[in-house]
Design a binder for this molecule. Sequence first.
Ligand code: URA
Length: 210
Amino acid sequence: MPGHLTVVEHPLVQHKLTLMRDADTPTGLFRQLLREVSTLLAYEVTRDLPVTTRRVHTPLEPMDAPVLDGRKLALVSILRAGNGLLDGMLDLMPSARVGFVGLYRDEETLEPVQYYCKLPEALSERRVIVVDPMLATGNSSAAAIALVKEAGAVDVRFLCLLAAPEGVQRMADAHPDVPVVTASVDERLNEKGYIVPGLGDAGDRMYGTR
Ligand code: URA
C-alpha cells in the first residue's frame, strides 16, 4: 500500500460520516452507518491485495480468472468500539480470522492499559488489519499494534473512521511500516483527548451508554 496515510474521500463514505457526526443521529442508525462505512473502508484497505489466476470454466469457455493470492487475512479489533467495524468488514472477508485487544485509556495520563488480548494463531502468515473507529492520541492503536507484532505479525495495516493529526503522527513515529486508512483527519484533539470536531465517544454512540 503506497504512502503511510490514505484518506478515503469517496462521496458515500463522506456522506455517511457526516450523518454519524450529527449528535441527533440515534444509536441504531449510528451502528448501521458504521457497519456500512466499514465495508467501504475495507474495500480501500484491501485494494493492494495480491492476486493470481485460477482456471475456471464459464458456461461459454475456460478462462484464467483472478483470485486472491498470498497471505490470509486477520482482523484485530481494539475493544470495544473496534467491534463496530468488524461485521461490515467480515461481509467482504468472511474467512478472515478475528482477534481482540482490550485497552482502556487512563483518563488522567491518556496512556493505554491492557486488560484483554486474544489473537489468532500464526499471525506471521497473515495480513493483519487492526481496527478502531477513532485514532485520537494514537497511544491505544500503537500499543495494540505492538502486541500484534509481538505475536509475530509482519504485515500490519490500521483502519479507522476518524483520525486526529496527533494520532497520525504518533502512528508514523511508532510504526512507520504500518499504513493507516481513514475517512477523515480532523482538526485536533481537545484537552480530554477527544477528536474535534469528531463525533463524540464512538463506543457510547454505538451502544447508547453514558
Ligand atoms: N475515542 C472516541 O471514542 N472519541 C474520540 O473523540 C477520541 C477517542
